[in-house]
Every structure is written in C-alpha cells, then in structure tokens.
Design a protein around this ligand. Structure first.
Ligand code: HEM
Length: 442
C-alpha cells in the first residue's frame, strides 16, 4: 500500500527523462549551440547568406527585379549544395536540434522566396538531411515552435555568469529571418511565458502529490496552490499582452509572419514536393507540414491537461487541433503530456468529489484565469492578424479600383484568415476559449 502511494505520489517525476528542467521547464536549460561543427558549415553559411542578403518574400507586392535576382541566386546556391551526410549528428540531441533549426529556417527561406507562379520543389541538398534529422527527432520537417523559441535563445550580452539561469529579462534570440526587433520580441514573448510558467509545473507536481493524500490538510494546501496557479496564469496573460511593447502588428503581419507559412497556411494550396525521396527509401513522405504556432507550446497544453480542459470535445472521433499540434512538439515533451493525461486522479474529478466550497472556488479561479489568458490571446490575434489582414485587403482593393477607372469590382473576396498552424483562427480561438469556460464547475 505504502509502495503504491509512493509510486503515485511521484507521478510527475522531476524529469530529465522528459527534457523538462526544474528551472527552465520546456526551454533548453543551457543556451543551445549557435553553430554546427565544421562538417555542416555549408548549411550555416547558406542560412547566413539568406539573412545577410535580406531575402524578400516571393509574393511581396512591388518586388523589384533586383530583389528577385538576389533570391534566385541564393536558391541556386542551395541547389548546388552537396547532400551532406547526417549520421555524425544522430547521437547528439543538441546537434540534431541545431541541424533541424538551420535546415528548417533555410527551407522556409527557400519556399517563401519563390515566385508565386513556381512549384514548390525542395532540393535534395536541404530536404533530405532535414527529413533525416526530423526522423531522428520524431518531429515534422519544417519550422516548429521548438526551433523558433525553445532551442533558439542565448543570454543577452554580459548577462551570463557561472550559475546563470535564463529568465524573462536576460535572454535574446539567436536565429531570425529578418533580424527585426519585432521578430525577436514575437519569439521572446513566448519564451518569457515558458519561463514564467515553470512555477506552475512545480505547483502542479505538489498538487498532484496532495491529491493522492487527499486528507483535510492536503485539501487546504491544494486550495493555496490553485490560487497561486491562478495568479501565475495572470502573469502569463500580462506577458502575452506585453508583446505590444516592441512588436508592431503590421510589421509582424507583413514582414515576419509570411516566412512561417507551412504547406496548409499559405494562401495558395501548393503542394510541397521533397525531391529525391525515391532514392532514399528509409525516409517517410511528410504529411505534417503546418507552420510554427505557439499552439505547439507544451506549457499551455500542460495547463489544459492538468486543469481538465477537454479540447477533444468538439471533434469526436478525430484528433483535435490541439492534439495535432502535439506531434510538432519535441518527442519527450509529448511523452510528458501523455504521462500527465494518464494521471489516475485527475484534479477536476478530485475537486468535484471533495465537495468543498473553497476548493471549488480556488479551482474555478484557476480556470477563469486561463479563460482570461485566452481572452487576451484573442485580442492579440485580432491586433496582429485580423487588423493587418483587413488593411492589406483594403489596400489591394483600392489599387484595383484605381486601376479599373472607378469600376468597383473587388480584386479579391474576403476569406476567413488562417493561422500559421492552418486553423480558421477566429472560430478556432473562440472554441478553445469556450471549452475553457465550459470546464468551470457549477
Ligand atoms: C503576436 C502574438 C501571437 C499571435 C498573433 C498568435 C496567434 C495565434 C493564432 C492565429 C492561433 C491559431 C492557431 C494557428 O493556426 O496557428 C494561435 C493559437 C495558439 N496560440 Fe497564439 N498567438 C500569439 C502568441 C501566443 C503566445 C505568446 C502564446 C503562449 C505561449 C500562444 C499560445 C497559443 C496557443 C496555446 C494556441 C492554441 C489555441 C489555444 O490554446 O487557445 N500564442 N495563436
């Protein structure tokens, strides 16, 4: 009996096995390496060249011929690269992660700088090693949240000391498409949320331990933990809203976000073709090609699982977007979620069974806080996507109307805007919020 209790009590082990660090949570505990060893220098140099050349999006309105030429030449240099072997990376998670990041940023530069009329044919030189590395890491072969945030930071100049731990205020981003502060702040906003959320992981662990004990003292401790969790989620909301301080919505929408587009988030429905797959039979044809989204943040998924928000509810029989996003997370973080979901004493059921008004109120406070986080998230998505999208749409129509001497045929028909993860975002974000408030216990 004692043994079982002890086993259950350590249900969330402080878990290097899950790559969840006590101080940094899902973020890498050490700064990720900024460069691959010499054997793969050609990849790093190719990515550097794209960033230094300030490559332009292939569908940029008013793209100049000189800009198109620079992109074409860079893409030619990618095609000329040899297919470098990846075997030497396979035994090191640190090297594999950097390789995924470098190849994925290069892939997005390649695809998104193509003229809209061209097919998306991904050269073997980047496609094959990216598929190999992705197979090893068990994540899709394109940019993910882990590339842009979790494994893409360093200490700000002068902030590192012997026992430095990354905090919301001492980190910077390593690799970007544009090197604009707007892009960096977009990534750092998520990074700060990940780091601030670490306290919740610990509170969650102790809460779960207490649910296994379940006596009056345990219940009174859980109340306190839940109130603190509600307050920390409040901080996450503030961190989310603070993205406005240094990330301009129109710059984000027009200059940063288009680089993130995956196969299903692009306005066109062009297939991405990885060349040379027939010669590499060990590689799988990729089916998951959605662009990076903070919907892949394990921190938010953990909160949902722990508090009992059920995102499966509206899509019975098929995986919800949220479970779909889990296949983009680092494998061990995904396993952590699986482990958490298998908890034989879910918190919500515990609160219902306890029949304690104060406990119920503390639990509902945490749910309300998560709902308010999602309210704020909708405000941000409206500000950063819907507003700029409408402005671009209006501008395009104004230009068409000007060109057609006053005949007022709209150039395009307004379509629901998609998120980088491929969702019809307004409906989707409203649904996740509703499912959160549906979790409140009456
Ligand atoms: C300017 C900042 C942001 C914008 C414009 C934005 C936009 C979006 C959009 C459009 C979606 C829909 C899914 C998709 O297709 O990608 C989404 C989902 C999501 N985002 Fe964000 N997001 C931002 C920042 C963040 C941050 C910092 C976090 C927290 C780490 C976050 C967490 C989520 C989550 C968890 C989802 C899944 C839906 C949900 O849980 O409600 N987002 N976001």
């Amino acid at each position: 009996m004692t043994n079982t209790l002890e086993q259950l009590k350590s249900f969330i082990p402080v878990a290097p096995v899950f790559d969840v660090d006590q101080r940094t949570g899902f973020m890498a505990p050490e700064p990720p390496i900024p460069r691959l060893p010499d054997a793969w220098e050609a990849w790093e140099a190719t990515l550097d060249a794209a960033i230094e050349a300030k490559l332009r999006l292939g569908d940029k309105i008013g793209l100049m011929e000189s800009e198109a030429t620079v992109s074409r030449q860079w893409r030619h240099s990618v095609r000329e690269l040899p297919v470098l072997p990846t075997k030497g990376l396979h035994d090191s998670a640190v090297l594999l992660r950097r390789a995924h990041l470098v190849l994925a940023y290069t892939l997005h530069f390649y695809v998104q700088s193509l003229p809209p009329s061209e097919e998306v044919l991904i050269p073997e030189s980047i496609g094959v090693p990216l598929l190999e590395v992705s197979l090893k890491l068990d994540i899709p072969p394109l940019l993910t949240f882990s590339d842009t945030v979790l494994y893409n930071w360093d200490f700000r100049q002068g902030e590192k000391c012997e026992d430095s731990v990354p905090t919301p205020n001492n980190i910077r981003t390593q690799t970007m498409f544009t090197n604009l502060i707007d892009e960096e702040e977009f990534y750092l906003c998520s990074a700060r949320i990940e780091l601030r959320g670490v306290e919740i992981l610990e509170l969650m662990r102790v809460t779960m331990d207490e649910t296994f004990v379940g006596d009056a003292i345990a219940v009174s401790r859980i109340k306190e933990y839940l109130r603190t969790i509600a307050a920390v989620i409040g901080d996450l909301k503030e961190l989310l809203l603070s993205v406005k301080e240094a990330c301009d919505p129109d710059t984000y929408y027009n200059e940063v976000r288009p680089w993130f587009r995956g196969e299903d988030s692009a306005e066109t429905t062009k297939k991405w073709v990885f060349e040379g797959l027939d010669k590499h039979r060990h590689l799988r044809f990729p089916t998951e090609l959605s662009g990076p989204s903070a919907g892949q943040s394990s921190m938010v998924h953990v909160l949902d699982v722990f508090l009992g928000v059920d995102h499966q509810a509206t899509s019975p029989g098929r995986p919800s977007f949220m479970s779909h996003m889990q296949s983009y997370m680092p494998r061990n973080h995904r396993l952590f979620l699986v482990h958490l979901k298998a908890n034989p004493r879910p918190l919500r059921a515990f609160v219902v069974d306890a029949n304690d008004a104060e406990l119920l109120s503390a639990y509902n406070q945490a749910i309300m806080s998560l709902k308010e986080f999602r309210d704020a998230h909708m405000i941000i998505a409206t500000l950063y996507i819907l507003g700029p999208a409408r402005r671009v749409f209006k501008l395009a129509n104004d230009i068409t109307e000007g060109n057609s001497n006053g005949t007022s045929t709209p150039s395009t028909i307004w379509k629901p805007v998609k998120g980088t993860g491929g969702t019809e975002l307004v409906k989707f974000l409203k649904d996740t919020r509703t499912r959160t408030s549906d979790t409140l216990i009456p």
